[in-house]
Ligand binder design. Sequence first.
Ligand code: NI
Length: 135
Amino acid sequence: MIYVTRREVFSASHRLHNINLTDEENLLLYGKCNNKNGHGHNYILEVVVCGEINPKTGYLIDLKILKTIIREEIIKYVDHKHFNYDVEFMKGINPTTENIAIAFWNRIVNKIPSGKLYSVKLSETENNYVEYRGE
Ligand code: NI
């Protein structure tokens, strides 16, 4: 089994807010990410595909193809957008890094032409990242 990773970066805004909590509780829970009109992050996305090497090409998956899938299914919808207002597939979802990673997984899991999706890693700051493996 071999693992291939494609990294993409994008910038987007979000606001974390739970409507079942008071304004004070939201601020305490989410801090800067609760800012009324949102705020931005420079996100780093890593998509890992695993499987067997194709003996003809020596590749698991052509990274040009993986790059195109990630850009067409994810990046073009989120880069320089506001997760709470602009991104249809995030409608009604609190845009934590966890929830965004799961939504990204669902966008591409059935689109990988060789090998299979192994994980989606998403970092919101340089010191934290979330990883989703589909279960
Ligand atoms: Ni934030």
